[in-house]
Design a protein around this ligand. Structure first.
Ligand code: SF4
Length: 351
């Protein structure tokens, strides 16, 4: 459906996109995400926020936010990147996935014309992050990939000021777009929503393989990676599927990649099943450890001991988490204070 330009906030269609190609008859070809939309003049991509006007592709949410908050970095969740610090967190509107169980549907399904957007320049974003005592900026709440130019510019400024940078992403980004943001992006917190093409096709209207490819590429580019899998009863919770996913992570991202297995709660269009039993998550976490993952975690189960970081060698408690309260207990630098095992973690200076 075409967008009514008159209803879009003034000044939205001014920032030309990166990562696209001009085609004949004013068509354009966007190569930011793996959908690789071919967009006609007057149209927009699947994400709803990259629009073609007169054969030029515009990033219509450049400098436009729908949400901002100062969050504990653990809320992303990131447990091995600047633990115990705050992250200045921003969201906009739109998404390149259409997940039936989306927990942020009020912004991910919102459009340019829904009146949710307000302006925030990259410079203002960095100043706010620093002014609120944050150690990083996270582009989160909705998919940052489709925002590309804005986080790229803000992130470049942020890094120059010593701030960390985080994508909370579905990982549906192309190799060329990932290379374009790599100089500014430190942490790639990626959803591995399932381990079947069928799930991605039916539930997200997307494909699994590009997510796996992007995760491998992000690792090659030196980004810190943590994965999150929302375990949904009856859809992706078979031990066979989870074992396949875990083995893939061990082989392709490495055993020190923190994996978060999160509890599903009914949301948006997926109200037809119960929350995930905690026992299912505990079983998956145990299996992950058996298969070599050094740091498997549970998510959405506040106060559970599997939110803590323990030494994979001697079992000593290293970081204690209760909800979003984080206490670093048994670490000496990046080593276990008990046995000296190296712990793959990026601590904030002064921690
Ligand atoms: S970001 Fe993805 S969904 Fe949006 S226009 Fe580009 S290819 Fe299409």
């Amino acid at each position: 459906m075409a967008i009514d330009d008159a209803a879009i906030p003034a000044g939205s269609i001014t920032h030309e996109a990166r990562q696209y190609e001009k085609l004949e008859d004013n068509f354009v070809h966007c190569s930011v995400c793996a959908h690789r939309c071919r967009i006609k003049d007057g149209g927009h991509g699947i994400c709803g926020v990259r629009v073609n006007r007169g054969g030029v592709l515009y990033a219509a949410t450049y400098g436009k936010i729908s949400a901002e908050a100062v969050d504990p970095i653990e809320k992303k969740p990131l447990f091995h990147y600047l633990p115990g610090t705050l992250s200045y967190s921003l969201g906009s509107v739109g998404c390149n996935f259409q997940c039936e169980h989306c927990q942020n549907w009020h912004i991910s399904r919102a459009t340019l014309t829904d009146g949710l957007l307000r302006s925030l320049s990259p410079e203002e974003g960095v100043a706010k992050a620093r002014g609120t005592g944050c150690r990083s900026i996270s582009w989160t709440y909705n998919e940052p990939t489709i925002w590309h130019e804005y986080p790229r510019e803000m992130g470049t400024l942020a890094r120059a000021k010593g701030l960390g940078t985080v994508y909370v992403t579905n990982g549906y980004i192309t190799e060329e777009a990932l290379a374009d943001i790599a100089p500014m992006l430190e942490a790639f917190r990626v959803d591995l929503k399932a381990f079947t093409e069928e799930f991605y096709r039916k539930v997200c209207r997307a494909k699994l393989q590009p997510v796996l490819d992007a995760s491998v590429k992000a690792r090659e580019l030196g980004m810190h990676i943590e994965t999150v899998t929302l375990v949904i009863p009856g859809l992706n919770d078979s031990m066979e599927e989870m074992e396949g996913l875990i083995r893939w992570v061990v082989e392709n991202l490495g055993p020190s990649t923190p994996m978060h297995f999160s509890r599903f709660h009914p949301d948006y269009r997926m109200q037809d099943r119960d929350a995930t039993p905690v026992a299912t998550l505990e079983k998956i976490s145990r299996r992950a450890r058996e298969l070599g993952i050094r740091f498997p975690y549970l998510g959405n189960v506040p106060g559970h001991p599997l939110e803590n970081t323990t030494c994979p060698k001697c079992g000593a408690l290293l970081i204690e988490r209760t909800g979003y309260q984080t206490r670093i207990r048994g670490l000496k630098g990046d080593r276990c204070g008990e046995c000296g095992e190296t712990i793959e973690i990026r601590l904030a200076t002064g921690t």
